[in-house]
Design a protein around this ligand. Sequence first.
Ligand SMILES: Nc1ncnc2c1ncn2[C@@H]1O[C@H](COP(=O)(O)OP(=O)(O)OP(=O)(O)O)[C@@H](O)[C@H]1O
Ligand code: SF4
Ligand SMILES: [Mg+2]
Length: 321
Amino acid sequence: MVLAIQSRELYIGYEVEESATLWVVEKLGIEVEHKTTFCLIGESGCGKSTIGNAIAGLLPPYARTRGQLVIFDKIVIDRDKRFFNGVRGKIVVKIPQDPASSLNPFMTIGKQLSLAIKHHYPNLSEKDVVNKAVELLEEVRLDKAVFNLYPHQLSGGMKQRAAIALALVPEPKIVVADEPTSALDAYLRFAMSTLLKNLQKEWELTLIFITHDISVARYVCDKIAVIYAGRVVELGKAYEVLESPRHPYTELLLESVPRRLSRKRLADIPGMPPHPGKYPPGCKFHTRCPYVFDRCRYEEPLLIFLNSRAVRCWKYYGYSA
Ligand SMILES: Nc1ncnc2c1ncn2[C@@H]1O[C@H](COP(=O)(O)OP(=O)(O)OP(=O)(O)O)[C@@H](O)[C@H]1O
Ligand code: SF4
Ligand SMILES: [Mg+2]
């Protein structure tokens, strides 16, 4: 088994005032096997994009880190230092949520692809550059006529595909897709999920898929990490986590989305997730958890491993799967 990504006790925060850091992600320990799809799910503000940006080497300069992050065999974050040269934009790329942000409105898609191809493959002839650009358009199921179009002439779904084609130019091994379907309607969401699922298989990618959408996660992912208040609270094979959630937060998260069969929307999770800097003591979910008991209020649970699953909840302490 080849590991594409490993984090060890990784902390990520943002410097808010001189020498004051708001830690957003804490104690992150994940291992992502190469050529698999790993999903991050959780409510808004729980730190999903922060983790995605850390993996993609796109944390802002005022971000702070502790612990370690390893991409293949290279340590890219070591305590407070970051070493992404040769990794960022080559081995790891990010597909942005908003495709317009990565496309230049004043250049045709063909021109943008050609410039990126020339940057990464300076020895290719003009003809080969154009051929490669057209091939990439085909890879993302866009007609070659798109080569001569400007971004404003494309629909939202087509722009997203063009942004994916641009991201694929360096032939990355790891793709971070941050909410790639959230701006799309239900039909396009399914089409985009299918495209990413197929690209992951065909290009043998490690795909980090960040989403709010559990039905998309169910369809696309091999493994899921459920994130709450910057921590992994449940980790496991996607179908196991989604079919039989163990952490109370995962349970409630799944109940709060419309079930495919009943279409009934169950109650949202009561209360709001805590803001970084205001995480409560003990279990970070205790203020919203229906199963809370005394110990939860003052002592934070460790990740408890139950066969192929890991759960951060005192309910499972001393429990054997
Ligand atoms: N560049 C930044 N500078 C300062 N704080 C940030 C920055 N990016 C994120 N944060 C803060 O970190 C916390 C986690 O944000 P993040 O964007 O990682 O969450 P998320 O799970 O991706 O949320 P969403 O589902 O809304 O995209 C939030 O409180 C946010 O305000
Ligand atoms: S540790 Fe306690 S409060 Fe936290 S999820 Fe488990 S039961 Fe709920
Ligand atoms: Mg986000």
